[in-house]
Design a binder for this molecule. Structure first.
Ligand SMILES: [Zn+2]
Length: 137
C-alpha cells in the first residue's frame, strides 16, 4: 500500500481522514501527558529516596565527638561514666561500685557525692585512666 492509495479522492474523504488523525493525535497527547506525569513522579520519588538514604548514612557514620577529643579514648564499656572529683583536675573513666562509690579505671574510689558527673562523650584526661581503657577497650 503506497501513500498515494490513501490520498482522499474528495473533500469529504479528506475531512474524514483528517478528523481520524486528529482524534489519534489527541489520544496520543493524553497518553503522553499521563506518562510524563508518571515519569516526573517517579523521578521525585527517586530523588527523595536518595536524599533520605544519604541523610541516614550521614547520621549513622558521624561520631558525636568534638574535634578536641582527637587521640583520646572516649568510650569504654567497663567504665562508661565520666567523673571529675570536686578537688581534682582530671576527668576519670569510672563505673558505679557498691555503696554509692565510683570506681575509676585508674583504680581509685570516690564517693558519688564528691564528684561531678560529666557527659559520657567527655574526654578522659587522667593519664592512668587513658592507659587502662586503651589496653582494655
Ligand atoms: Zn583516673
Amino acid at each position: 500500500m503506497t501513500v498515494h492509495s490513501i490520498l482522499p479522492a474528495s473533500q469529504a474523504e479528506y475531512e474524514a481522514q483528517m478528523r481520524r488523525l486528529e482524534e489519534e493525535a489527541e489520544s496520543a497527547r493524553q497518553a503522553f501527558i499521563q506518562a510524563k506525569g508518571n515519569y516526573d513522579r517517579l523521578c521525585g520519588e527517586m530523588r527523595n529516596l536518595r536524599i533520605a538514604w544519604r541523610d541516614q548514612q550521614e547520621t549513622t557514620t558521624q561520631q558525636p565527638q568534638p574535634a578536641n577529643n582527637a587521640g583520646l579514648v572516649t568510650k569504654n564499656s567497663a567504665y562508661p561514666d565520666r567523673i571529675k572529683p570536686h578537688r581534682g583536675r582530671h576527668t576519670h573513666a569510672a563505673t558505679y561500685a557498691p555503696g554509692l562509690l565510683m570506681h575509676t579505671a585508674c583504680n581509685k574510689k570516690f564517693e558519688e557525692d564528691n564528684v561531678d558527673h560529666l557527659e559520657e562523650s567527655d574526654p578522659i584526661t587522667c593519664p592512668a585512666c587513658q592507659r587502662a581503657v586503651k589496653n582494655n577497650a
